[in-house]
Design a protein around this ligand. Structure first.
Ligand SMILES: Nc1ncnc2c1ncn2[C@@H]1O[C@H](COP(=O)(O)OP(=O)(O)OP(=O)(O)O)[C@@H](O)[C@H]1O
Ligand SMILES: [Mg+2]
Length: 245
């Protein structure tokens, strides 16, 4: 992974990622309904909205972890979910083995040849500033370090899109900023970012565009500067002012 930059245009066929009339209704009442959204390859998209609004469900639908009850999700006009995607959660899910072995394992699952795995895994750890903990059991690392290992693992796969569901929610401010720096670098290397956060400062720093989710609906998709200057919906305005429950 000397230069992780993707060849220009190679994966652009995956985009835009579009949701048309997407609903998810595991019971009688849908938890998200009539989602319509078009995400382009190049932006860093942040999903905002109050607890229980449906952000994580929306992200899981995009990723393909959940199947829509209605509507359609397309990638570059096709309904097949591409393999070149990765996801990082609030709490990193790491195996009981070294940091390096965690990444090598993910690479083996992705079908990367054995001879290439170690180099790529080491390079990924270096990129997140964790070259020195490569041999340490992943589960004894600090929360911030574990999250960086999870990011390194995702990055090593050179995903065309990376979904992040509150990746800094359990981290202290310094560790959060480090994660932000890494996310920005992953974006700069050519990976589309879709991130959920409740940290408005973080959203301001990272987002190019904001998707606001409220009560199972997307109420707004705007450029980040517009959203923070003047959100279009009352709900988003209240959320920014901290007035929604
Ligand atoms: N698989 C599921 N089956 C049934 N209900 C679900 C399922 N997944 C989520 N829900 C419900 O859908 C609603 C939205 O959940 P979701 O996790 O998407 O919210 P969120 O916006 O991510 O909130 P938070 O900010 O608290 O993480 C919640 O009421 C949740 O209980
Ligand atoms: Mg959530």
């Amino acid at each position: 992974m000397g230069d992780p930059k993707l060849p220009p245009g190679k994966h652009n066929v995956m985009f835009p990622l579009e949701l048309r009339g997407v609903s998810f209704a595991p019971g009688e009442r849908p938890v998200v309904a009539d989602l319509n959204l078009r995400l382009e390859a190049s932006t860093r998209t942040v999903l905002l909205g109050p607890n229980g609004a449906g952000k994580s469900v929306t992200m899981r639908l995009m990723h393909g972890l959940l199947k829509p009850s209605a509507g359609e999700i397309t990638w570059g006009g096709k309904t097949t979910h591409p393999a070149a995607q990765a996801m990082v959660f609030q709490r990193p899910v790491l195996l009981r083995r070294s940091a390096l072995a965690n990444i090598e394992y993910a690479l083996s699952l992705a079908g990367i040849a054995q001879g290439e795995r170690r180099t790529r895994a080491n390079a990924a750890l270096e990129r997140v500033g964790l070259g020195h903990v490569a041999q340490r059991p992943a589960r004894v690392l600090s929360g911030g370090e574990q999250q960086r290992v999870a990011l390194a693992r995702a990055w090593s796969l050179l995903p065309r899109i990376l979904f992040l569901d509150e990746p800094t929610a359990s981290l202290d401010p310094a560790a959060s900023r480090e994660v932000e720096r890494i996310v920005a670098e992953i974006a700069a290397s050519g990976t589309k970012i879709v991130m959920i956060t409740h940290h408005l400062g973080q959203a301001r720093r990272l987002a190019d565009d904001i998707v606001f989710v409220h009560d199972g609906r997307i109420t707004e998709h705007s450029p980040a500067d517009e959203f923070f200057r003047q959100p279009r919906s009352r709900e988003a305005d209240d959320y920014l002012k901290g007035e929604l429950p």
